[in-house]
Design a protein around this ligand. Structure first.
Ligand code: NAD
Length: 253
């Protein structure tokens, strides 16, 4: 059964593609008004057009999640456009080239930490302030199975996603009595542009990825969106500080 998000306002970072776009569309189908934030303006505006073509309501704000002033403006835009912020999905993130740790450059490490960790921290900072002022809300952050276990040739990425879980759990505890729930999703390998880039760089990844999951296939973006909506909904009213896998059984092995 699909939970209704009628009269709710949702914000999705990285909403221009992949998991973010699928989640924007799912929130809009469920009745939410949605703010799409992305560093890529064309992609973000395309997501808004898809929502509108399906009869939903959405607006775009170009946001680089590593920049405090832009993240603050993103939350302010949401409140100015729709009056409040009920659900936030902090999903913008990047992968790294598949290199052993000693071959990863300092610049790559800093870039991954800047977007995947500082970006989520900045989003939480301004969203929690707004939600506290309103009296509640629900936040979901995108971590990864690489936030739960080590990931060979992805050490910086894995460290960044472990950090997302640290932020998620700490914020969940701090803001539980303020009516704000904070959870994370930990996807396995999901068929998105990020996955296609990895396969283009190393075709072996494509062969191995599907077989890694006990379900014997890749995950689809809608399968992640469904879990994000559930975690954001009142159906998950006693769930906070949780890292929810969407991994076809990968971390059960
Ligand atoms: P994607 O590359 O298809 O989409 C990511 C989006 O984030 C893009 O639209 C991009 O423009 C945006 N973005 C990048 N940097 C940004 C910034 N600084 N500010 C704002 N937006 C920015 O990737 P995806 O596969 O949909 O991944 C989404 C999230 O899911 C990421 O956090 C990723 O780490 C995580 N994840 C993906 C997989 C997978 O297999 N695809 C698995 C586990 C976790």
């Amino acid at each position: 059964m699909q939970t209704s998000f009628k009269d709710k306002v949702a914000l999705v970072t990285g909403g221009g593609g992949g998991i973010g776009r699928a989640t924007v569309l799912a929130f809009a189908r469920a009745g939410a008004r949605v703010v799409v934030a992305d560093i890529a303006a064309d992609a973000g505006q395309e997501t808004v057009a898809l929502v509108q073509a399906a009869g939903g309501e959405a607006s775009f704000i170009r946001t680089d999640v590593t920049q405090a002033d832009q993240v603050q403006a993103m939350v302010a835009h949401t409140v100015a456009a729709y009056g409040r912020l009920d659900c936030a999905f902090n999903n913008a993130g990047i992968e790294e080239e598949h290199l052993r740790l000693a071959d990863c450059s300092e610049a790559t490490f800093d870039r991954i930490m800047g977007i995947n960790v500082k970006g989520v921290w900045l989003c939480l900072k301004y969203q929690l302030a707004q939600m506290q002022q309103q009296g509640g809300g629900a936040i979901v952050n995108t971590a990864s199975v690489a936030g739960l276990v080590g990931a060979p040739k992805m050490a910086a990425y894995s460290a960044s996603k472990h950090a997302v879980l640290g932020l998620t759990k700490s914020a969940a505890i701090e803001y539980a009595r303020k009516g704000i729930r904070v959870n994370a999703v930990c996807p396995g390998v999901i068929r998105t542009a990020m996955y296609e880039r990895a396969v283009a760089a190393d075709p072996q990844i494509g062969v191995a990825a599907a077989q890694m999951h006990p379900l014997g296939r890749l995950g689809e973006v809608d399968e992640v969106a469904a879990v994000v909506l559930w975690l954001s909904s009142d159906a998950a009213s006693f769930v906070t500080g949780h890292a929810h896998t969407v991994d076809g059984g990968l971390t059960a092995v």
